[in-house]
Design a protein around this ligand. Structure first.
Ligand code: SF4
Ligand code: ZN
Length: 323
């Protein structure tokens, strides 16, 4: 039997088991949009007149985020600019960069591209080639370079476009996975970095906001499909984070057996966040001696990685720098 929307008489397209409701297309869209609006309002993530840089990779989360913020902007004036980081992954990135560009264009939003090659000196593919084998312990995983450099470059890009805040596409599933992973690793300090709201830690660290934090991954996928939003569903060839995948599967199993589990975990995180942030977040940051970006040590992790790769390239007589 076909289910009807819990709000009207139309056929349902979605069953939100965590609240026992069915939604038709129209009411589903409204529900997702409302979640984002309420989260942004509750924590004052965006204020009138803000200039928001949106990190858009071309994947479902960041593209849907761009569309939802564009929608939110219709009734509540703020500026948007899309920034895409091109890590230089030949088999994967060119398409998603195009998709990011096309979505920004469609929405009439300025789009800016920042590449590892131009700002770090090496593409991610080159880095992996220079550093050697992960299995033989010659380098850390590709995601470590990628994550550190992307964070660095996104902050640089957000400053470069004059943004007040940087919006990223983390959804409910990402957030809950991250929470559990850090608990299992005993890395509580990391949980204090970005939670439901942001704190201004340093004048040169553009605050990160996560407007999709309350939206389950499933709903993001469905929102993209129902609204004909072009997104890239392909996976990065370096994505082999086995630990995260295990946590994801376990959480999905728990959610299946006990609908609402993910939201309950998120609520626990929200309650703990102020305490963790107060106890662990360092407000006195130095400036990196090389690039000047805020860091806890002397030289930031991004510059440390860059120096390692430069050194190894030199030793091996390889030249990858731009002329
Ligand atoms: Fe970068 Fe790893 Fe993500 Fe690929 S999976 S884009 S290497 S962080
Ligand atoms: Zn640096």
């Amino acid at each position: 039997m076909k289910h009807k929307c819990s709000k009207c008489s139309r056929d349902a397209v979605y069953h939100a088991r965590y609240e026992g409701k069915y939604y038709c297309r129209k009411h589903f869209n409204e529900m997702v949009e409302r979640k984002v609006k309420n989260h942004v309002k509750k924590y004052k993530l965006i204020e009138k007149g803000d200039r928001i840089a949106v990190g858009v990779s071309g994947g479902k989360d960041s593209v849907v985020l761009l569309h939802l913020l564009a929608k939110l902007r219709e009734r509540f004036p703020f500026e948007l600019v899309a920034v895409t980081i091109d890590e230089g992954i030949a088999s994967y990135r060119p398409l998603s960069v195009e998709i990011a560009k096309r979505n920004a264009k469609k929405l009439g939003i300025e789009h800016r591209l920042y590449s590892f090659k131009e700002y770090i000196g090496f593409t991610l593919d080159e880095t992996v080639e220079i550093m050697g084998s992960f299995e033989r312990g010659e380098r850390v995983g590709a995601c470590s370079y990628c994550g550190v450099w992307r964070r660095w470059l996104l902050n640089y890009a957000a400053q470069d476009v004059g943004a007040d805040k940087l919006a990223v596409g983390h959804n409910l599933d990402d957030e809950v996975q991250m929470f559990i992973m850090n608990i299992l690793r005993g890395d509580i300090a990391r949980l204090g970095r970005t939670g439901p709201y942001y704190e201004v830690i340093h004048e040169d660290l553009v605050p990160r906001i996560k407007p999709l934090r309350e939206v389950p991954e499933k709903e993001i996928v469905l929102y993209a499909v129902l609204n004909n939003i072009e997104v890239d569903f392909s996976e990065c060839p370096y994505a082999v984070e086995a630990f995260r995948a295990e946590i994801r599967d376990w959480l999905n199993e728990m959610e299946e057996k006990h609908p609402g589990t993910k939201y309950q975990i998120l609520r626990s995180y929200d309650k703990l966040f102020p305490l963790i942030a107060k106890t662990y977040v360092k407000h006195e940051l130095n400036r990196c001696k090389i690039c000047g970006q805020p860091t806890t040590g002397e030289i930031c992790k991004a510059c440390q990685f860059r120096l390692q790769v430069e050194k190894k390239a030199k030793e091996r007589g390889l030249s990858f720098r731009l002329e």
